[in-house]
Design a protein around this ligand. Structure first.
Ligand code: SF4
Length: 338
């Protein structure tokens, strides 16, 4: 298959085109066409000579591809299904609100992490996406030009694919790329130590840690990856960074009835998170998935939990459920046609 230019940095594109006999300055023209003007074919490059277009077309492609299906929720959320060039399915979810227009994107098809509350886990692992596949989601949804936020919270564990995720973040934030502020991008993770350190040191994007309980033995039952990626290590790492200014760290907490919603859990969370300055907790309603013994906490309990954490000095909000009717809500992505 011809090399895709989408998903490459300015430096990578410049190196590639000089190898096929083109001048270096064309690299900047190409990133402008691909990331700013958002072209999908070489025919659209009006400032390139016929000879350069032929050179490009012989060995490269832009790399854009369209979604193959989409579903619209009653609440305005829209789920997109893409098929990667290797034939695997991935999903992206557009989530509009009064204040933001967020796109939740995938970093892998399927996932290795096996979280008990997640439909994606049941697919097993199919492939890690390239930066081409990741940026293509951002450019190919219908609302692409209106987006205000991007969250890597779709299918897959982003830090199990850290190099492509980091490259995607570079393309999203670079002046020659989409020129987004890193404060509008959030990478979610179960906490993969070395990769988390890499992304903390090499980008300025926000981090969201999937926590779901402050107790390691209980977390292991919900998230088998706790074995390899202990939450205490993640917390110790995060304590070394400052999240009280532009960059944010948040902790995602799906509320399960009788499992992680007791007073003991409130105390455990306060003890664990208070030392991390500027952090916040997002409580999430659990969306029932088939054949799972887990049940979501009641709205009353979520409210009480939320209030108790805030009173104890841990900034906490409850995230509204979106797109449940089209299986687009948190934990429901299974890459099926609607
Ligand atoms: S919740 Fe995230 S990390 Fe866990 S299995 Fe699902 S996609 Fe993977």
């Amino acid at each position: 298959m011809k090399e895709a230019l989408l998903g490459k940095t300015l430096e990578q594109i410049t190196d590639l085109i000089t190898q096929i006999g083109m001048r270096r300055f064309v690299g900047a023209q190409l990133t402008d066409w691909i990331y700013k003007k958002r072209v999908s074919s070489f025919d659209e490059l009006t400032n390139l000579s016929k000879q350069n277009k032929e050179l490009l077309a012989n060995s490269c492609q832009i790399g854009r591809y369209s979604y193959c299906d989409s579903a619209l929720s009653v609440d305005g959320t829209q789920k997109y299904l893409f098929e990667t060039p290797r034939g695997n399915k991935i999903e992206s979810v557009y989530i509009p609100s009064e204040t933001s227009k967020t796109l939740c994107i995938s970093s892998q098809s399927g996932c290795k992490m096996g979280c008990r509350f997640c439909m994606t886990a049941r697919l097993g692992f199919l492939e890690s996406l390239s930066a081409t596949d990741i940026i293509n989601q951002v450019l190919s949804v219908d609302q692409s030009e209106q987006l205000t936020n991007i969250v890597f919270m779709g299918m897959g564990e982003p830090l199990d694919n850290v190099d492509e995720v980091l490259r995607s973040c570079e393309i999203l934030t670079a002046a020659w790329g989409l020129a987004w502020s890193p404060t509008r991008i959030t990478v979610s993770t179960i906490g993969v130590y070395d990769s988390l350190q890499k992304i903390l040191d090499n980008s300025k994007v926000n981090i969201a840690v999937s926590l779901h309980t402050p107790f390691a033995d209980e977390r292991l039952k919900l998230m088998p990856s706790e074995n390899k990626n202990p939450i205490v290590q993640t917390i110790e790492l995060l304590k070394k960074y400052d999240f009280s200014h532009q960059r944010r760290v948040s902790f995602e907490y799906i509320m399960f009835e009788g499992v992680n919603d007791t007073e003991r859990h409130i105390k455990g969370l306060v003890d664990m998170l208070k030392p991390i300055r500027g952090c916040r907790v997002n409580l999430i309603r659990f969306h029932q998935i088939p054949d799972s013994p887990l049940k979501g906490s009641s709205d009353t309990r979520i409210k009480e939990f939320n209030t108790a954490l805030n009173k104890s000095g841990v900034t906490t909000t409850t995230r509204n459920s979106r797109g449940e009717d089209i299986f687009a809500a948190c934990g429901m992505l299974a890459a099926k046609r609607s």
